[in-house]
Design a protein around this ligand. Structure first.
Ligand code: A3P
Length: 323
């Protein structure tokens, strides 16, 4: 839908204007909040969610570091959970972008659309990019379920780089050079901070509360989509019946949500996004680029790749998580 700049809320503006600011990543303004760099627009939403969102035990929240497969996760989770309401042949995903099927909680709250959140019937599905440390007690304590998707930091950086170029078309300021963007990513001066810290927060929680936090990897989804979709359905509490499996429902669902299928639909190929927010891309096609594992090879030098791999090893050491 139509997006507008939210009416300024004095309370948030006062707080946010005191936080450290970084404007290197044009057109985004990043603010550092509790140690994490967050786009200013999103931060207002994240703070508002912390203060005002009441989670329900049957809410499903889709969490991710941006460019890790959010769009795909939304399509899959939405289709799995609503499959008794929508036949795959006449499915909302055929005419709506996944971000219209599962809305970002942070964005809704930033836009002041609280009124559309409360009345939604259960079970609700929302997304957020918030790090675990910034989730509210309401969310952590409600017992609602969280699915987190992560991805190889090299591919995330490359995906972000291309996405930023699309955001850059909304401004006439010079884009920053690749080497500088790479440094900023390594240092966590980029949307939602250090990718390793973001993933570790949810990783630890998934070990402690496996029934409530499911931790997925983009690469594993790519390699074994059917097995992972079954896992998601079980986790959400709506496993596929033997009849559904026999009829090939899981495979069909995977096909519906595939990059190939979604990216070629009219809404996703040509849909324009009328959003003023500097973090919103101009078109829905911006969410679909290549959808491949390992595309970092086409942008990163071997040295850069090695550097990221070293940081990944160092930062994840002893956690049991590999990326
Ligand atoms: P690439 O830029 O590497 O192609 P997010 O949804 O978190 O913004 O992440 C975007 C990345 O996910 C992009 O990666 C995009 O192409 C990819 N993507 C989008 N839809 C997908 C799908 N249905 N299956 C696989 N990858 C998808």
């Amino acid at each position: 839908g139509e997006e507008q700049t939210a009416k300024p809320s004095q309370e948030f503006d006062d707080l946010i204007s005191t936080l450290p600011l970084d404007e290197g990543l044009v057109p985004m303004r990043l603010r550092q909040y509790q140690g994490v760099w967050i786009p200013e627009h999103f931060l207002r939403g994240i703070i508002a969610v912390r203060q005002r969102f009441t989670a329900r035990p049957d809410d499903l929240l889709l969490l991710s570091y941006p460019k890790s497969g959010t769009t795909w996760l939304k399509a899959l989770a939405f289709t799995i959970r609503t499959r008794t309401q929508h036949s795959l042949a006449r499915h909302p995903l055929l005419s709506l972008n996944p971000h219209q099927c599962v809305e970002s909680l942070d964005r809704l709250f930033f836009l002041g659309k609280l009124s559309s959140v409360e009345p939604q019937p259960s079970p609700r599905i929302f997304s957020s990019h918030a790090p675990y440390s910034l989730l509210s007690e309401s969310i952590k304590g409600s017992g609602c379920r969280i699915i987190y998707v992560c991805r190889d930091p090299k591919d995330v950086f490359v995906s972000r780089w291309h996405f930023n170029a699309k955001l850059g078309s909304k401004t006439d300021k010079e884009p920053i050079p690749l080497a500088r963007a790479f440094e900023m990513f390594c240092e966590g001066v980029c949307p939602f901070g250090l990718i390793w810290e973001h993933a570790l927060g949810y990783w630890k929680e998934s070990l402690g509360r496996p029934g409530k936090v499911l931790f997925l990897k983009y690469e594993e989804l790519m390699e074994k989509p059917v097995a992972n979709v079954k896992r998601m359905a079980e986790f959400i509490g709506c496993p596929f019946s033997p009849e559904e499996e026999k009829q090939g429902v899981v495979e069909e669902l995977v096909r519906l949500c595939s990059f190939e299928n979604l990216s070629n639909l009219e809404i996703n190929a040509t849909g324009v996004i009328n959003a003023k927010a500097p973090t919103a891309p101009p078109t829905f096609a911006s969410f679909f680029r290549k959808g491949k594992v390992g595309d970092w090879r086409n942008l990163l030098s071997p040295k850069m790749a090695q550097r990221l791999d070293e940081i990944t090893q160092e930062r994840l050491k002893g956690s049991g998580l590999t990326l």
